[in-house]
Design a binder for this molecule. Structure first.
Ligand code: THU
Length: 159
């Protein structure tokens, strides 16, 4: 028996201005996307902005439902829209933010497990690492979904 350690890498920025211009712009678009979140039940407004390899940005936000499980997270709304409309264009980055009813940005916009799984699928589909930028008190960036979902279930697991 042996114990193995798996390392993940998280790059931390003190504020928005430390980000590259491209990532800063993406995170600002994610913040803007929270305006259209439909979150009457949780009061938790999430925004996501997806950057495609061709430079196009697609945004999404959480869409809740009185039948709670029928709602969908911001990340998946944005990623599914991107994949539905630009099926041949790789996703290169996603920025995520979340705020409460008072407009206070959440401590860190950490994506749920299902959204991580969808990010992994998208990464596998295009065989290109996706950068993930998480808004919060500090801004965090992961280069590749392995850093968010180690030991993930990938398409090739089915082969
Ligand atoms: N939510 C997201 O949009 N993304 C996540 O990764 C976590 C949770 C949404 C779902 C629901 O509308 C609200 O946040 C509270 O869970």
């Amino acid at each position: 028996m042996k114990t193995k350690e798996i390392k993940v890498q998280v790059i931390e920025y003190d504020n928005l201005n430390e980000l590259s211009d491209e990532n800063k712009d993406l995170l600002i678009q994610a913040r803007e996307a929270t305006q259209n979140a439909y979150a009457p039940y949780s009061g938790f407004f999430v925004g996501a902005a997806v950057l495609l390899e061709n430079g196009k940005v697609v945004t999404g936000n959480n869409q809740e439902n009185a039948a709670y499980p029928s709602g969908l997270c911001a990340e998946r709304v944005a990623l599914f829209y991107a994949n539905a409309n630009y099926p041949d264009v790789p996703v290169v980055a996603i920025a995520i933010t979340a705020k409460n009813k008072l407009g206070k940005i959440h401590v860190i916009a950490s994506p749920c497990g299902s959204c991580r799984q969808v990010m992994l699928e998208t990464e596998s589909r295009f065989e290109k690492p996706i950068n993930v930028i998480l808004d919060g008190e500090k801004i965090q960036m992961m280069e590749g979904i392995d850093n968010l979902l180690p030991l993930g279930f990938r398409p090739h697991s089915l082969k």
